[in-house]
Ligand binder design. Structure first.
Ligand SMILES: [Zn+2]
Ligand SMILES: [Zn+2]
Length: 333
């Protein structure tokens, strides 16, 4: 099979992934072999290829928004069927036994497996996945429309859950990339008013096209108090700006793995009154199942640009340089 492999971390200009011919892997008991239709590009892939996320394996195939078909079952106890279409996301597995897993918080499991990071991912013609972490996918929807749902979409959806968004709420989105442009469809479906502050004329136009109530520059602030907000930019200033717009009892969910810093802020005016500041980490299988079902029900269709597998570095570069709107998807067959 053809697979894009990261052997040495490198900046994006140096084309960090190399196409190699490798044997098709054998599924172990509890695993499935997937024939990959498509795999969406996520910003986390860039953190992996650049080494901002410390390498775990000597060589790894990244990619964690995988749409594939089950080619082979490992062992006889798997409930999935051969030929079934499934999705695989960033959470490739958990131990199932740690305190957090037992409390239903598998997204912050102490011993997680991350697809395309601690195990091989989807920029390949075939890949392995844990059967119990596969999400059933619709047969009718094109793979390019499903792939971006599997990380950007699920994480955006989880952010709305962490922010405890209720139907009809006034919700702020700070930043408008792959995750936010899928979350807004859910918010509109719930009848929410959506206030978007983001940089870049094309992101602002996309937010208007998708039905935002108000759209402004990254530094502009909506003219209302918000019930909740999600921040997507890796900036503590943005987090504090969002906090300053919250009504009493409101929640800011931070959807960013890294923040530059949180500036000193005034507790009495910004956090008092049971305002909450929360981070969003990974996803649970329930988030994945619930979001994928909702997305198909309400017909969420991500904006995508597709690349063939042999242009996977170009796909990563397009996300890095923000030269495309919406999501980049690699077609793997
Ligand atoms: Zn991701
Ligand atoms: Zn665990």
């Amino acid at each position: 099979m053809r697979a894009a492999v990261l052997r040495h971390i490198a900046p994006i200009e140096e084309n960090p992934l190399h196409l190699e011919d490798l044997p098709i892997p054998e599924p172990a008991p509890g695993q499935v072999l997937l024939k990959v239709e498509a795999c969406g590009v996520c910003r986390t892939d860039l953190h992996i290829t650049s080494g901002e996320l410390k390498p775990i394996l000597a060589a790894v195939t990244p990619g964690h928004q995988i749409v594939g078909r089950i080619e082979k079952l490992g062992g006889s106890t798997i409930i999935l069927k051969q030929g079934e279409r499934v999705g695989v996301s960033w959470l490739g597995g958990t131990d199932g036994t740690c305190t957090l897993c037992r409390k239903g918080m598998e997204n912050i499991c102490d011993h997680p497996t991350f697809t395309g990071y601690s195990v091989n991912g989807g920029y390949a013609e075939y890949t392995l996945a844990r059967a119990d972490f596969c999400v059933p996918l619709s047969e009718e929807t094109p793979a390019r429309d499903l792939a971006p749902l599997l990380c950007a979409g699920i994480i955006g959806f989880r952010s709305l859950r962490v922010a405890e968004v209720k139907p009809g709420d006034r919700v702020g989105l700070f930043g408008f990339g792959a995750s936010a442009h899928l979350a807004i469809d859910v918010l509109k479906h719930w009848g929410c008013e959506v206030y978007v502050a983001t940089r870049g004329a094309s992101h602002q136009q996309l937010a208007r096209d998708l039905g935002a109530t108000w759209v402004g520059e990254a530094t502009e602030r909506p003219p209302v108090q918000l019930d909740s907000a999600v921040t997507f930019a890796p900036s503590g200033d943005v987090v504090i700006a969002a906090l300053a717009l919250l009504r009493k009892g409101g929640i800011v969910a931070i959807n960013a793995i890294h923040l530059d810093r949180i500036p000193q802020f005034d507790y009495d005016t910004l956090l008092w009154g049971e305002r909450q500041l929360r981070s969003v980490a990974n996803m649970t299988r329930a988030d994945a199942h619930d979001f994928v079902k909702l997305a198909v029900d309400i017909g969420i269709k991500p904006r995508t640009t597709v690349f063939p597998l042999d242009q996977v570095n170009e796909a990563l570069a397009a996300v890095y340089n923000e030269t495309i709107d919406g999501a980049a998807v690699v077609l793997c067959q």
